[in-house]
Each structure stands twice: as C-alpha cells, then as structure tokens.
Write a protein that binds this ligand. Structure first.
Ligand code: HEM
Length: 189
C-alpha cells in the first residue's frame, strides 16, 4: 500500500462514519461538478476550489498519518523535555503523538476540519508530510490524487461500512484489518 492510498482509505472510512462531514464535501464537489460542461475534465482552478474537502483530508491525515514518523540525526547536543540528547544520536519523530497532543490540537480525538481554516495549526505541529528540507516532495502530487479521488467518488456515491468495528492495524502504514469493505449507494440521477 502506498501513502496516498492509505490516506484515501481513511478518507473513505471517515466519510462513511461522519455523514455531516460527507454532506459538506458532497455540496462542495457538486458545486464544482455542476459548473462544468458535460464531459469537461477537472482543471487546476477546480482543485483550488476544493478547500473544505482538503481540510477534511488534512484532518484525516492528522488522525491517521500514513507515515507515522521518520528518522533524524542530532547535529548538536540538546535537551528535549528534560532528556539530554547527544550529537550524532538517531531520533525518531512521531507524527502520531504530535497530532494527538492537546496542546497543539485541542480535543484531539474530535474530527474537526475547521482546525485547518485561517492560519491553521502552528508550524511543525501538523507533520503528515514531515518538515524542513527533507519534507515530502510528493505533497502537492498527493493532494491532487486525494482531491481528484474525492471528487469522483463523492459525486457518484454515498457508502456505508460493512464492518462497523473493523480494527486498524499498522504495518507500517495504518490499514483497516479487513480491507475496509463498504456498500456503495449510487446517487439518483
Ligand atoms: C499522502 C501521501 C504522502 C504522505 C503522507 C507522505 C509522507 C512523507 C513523509 C512523512 C516523509 C518524510 C519527510 C521527512 O523526513 O521530513 C516523506 C518523504 C518522501 N516522500 Fe512522501 N508522502 C506522501 C506521498 C508521496 C508521493 C506521492 C511521492 C512521490 C511522487 C512521495 C515522495 C517522497 C520522497 C522522495 C521522500 C523522501 C524525501 C527526502 O528524504 O528528501 N511522497 N513523505
């Protein structure tokens, strides 16, 4: 499984679980769909209009970051949270624990896409794509993939999860244990 497909899987999961959020995404995507001529493809301007949908995808990646963290090397001695870290040590930074820190994200368990409105989260608190000079260079491509997927699937379908209590396993990316089976309901024409 690739990182964009992990992100998309969790978009499908959360939109099945949160009908009010699904409805807002649907509204935004139908406005864009209805502004197109029959058969006209999505273009760059349409992607820029998908603000709410992207906030939803960001909130999905906050709660289920496809890459849970990565490694760094300390270039100097420093002290972090009372621990003395010597120069040269390998460190693992964890997106998951930062994303669920109530000091960075009040009520961290709550799914709330409005966290990304305005200036959004403070720098280096929201790190699904990492940060600094080695930040993910595929971020913008991933954004395009996720939003184009959301547009096409939400326009056509609503869906329900077939296994409400399905477990999530992490190996090394988070993935629903049974492959997230869903039942699709096509919108009436
Ligand atoms: C939702 C999708 C994706 C997520 C969440 C993601 C996340 C990440 C993260 C956390 C890192 C480590 C950054 C760091 O150490 O600071 C990374 C690195 C990287 N990603 Fe992504 N990624 C995604 C999609 C992609 C795509 C689509 C591509 C390529 C087309 C890509 C290519 C890379 C490369 C080449 C690196 C290594 C960069 C370096 O070490 O300089 N990623 N990604």
């Amino acid at each position: 499984m690739t990182q964009p497909s992990a992100a998309i899987t969790f978009v499908v999961k959360y939109l099945a679980e949160l009908p009010a959020i699904y409805n807002e995404v649907y509204k935004e995507q139908m406005e864009i769909a209805n502004s197109k001529k029959p058969g006209e493809l999505l273009n760059w301007d349409d992607i820029q209009k998908m603000r709410y949908s992207w906030n939803v995808a960001c909130e999905v990646m906050r709660l289920a970051p496809p890459l849970q963290g990565a490694f760094r090397e300390a270039i100097n001695d420093f002290i972090f949270a009372g621990f003395s870290i010597p120069k040269g040590w390998k460190l693992y930074w964890s997106a998951n624990s930062t994303h669920r820190n109530p000091e960075c994200f009040p009520e961290p368990e709550k799914f709330d896409p409005t966290r990304f409105e305005g200036n959004g989260p403070a720098p280096y608190t929201y790190v699904p794509f990492g940060g600094g000079p080695r930040m993910c260079p595929g971020k913008e491509y991933a954004r395009l993939e996720i939003l184009v997927f959301m547009h096409n699937v939400v326009r056509r379908f609503k869906w329900e999860k077939l296994l409400p209590g399905e477990k999530i396993i992490v190996n090394p990316m988070p993935i629903p244990a049974e492959g997230l089976p869903v039942r699709l309901h096509a919108h009436k024409a």
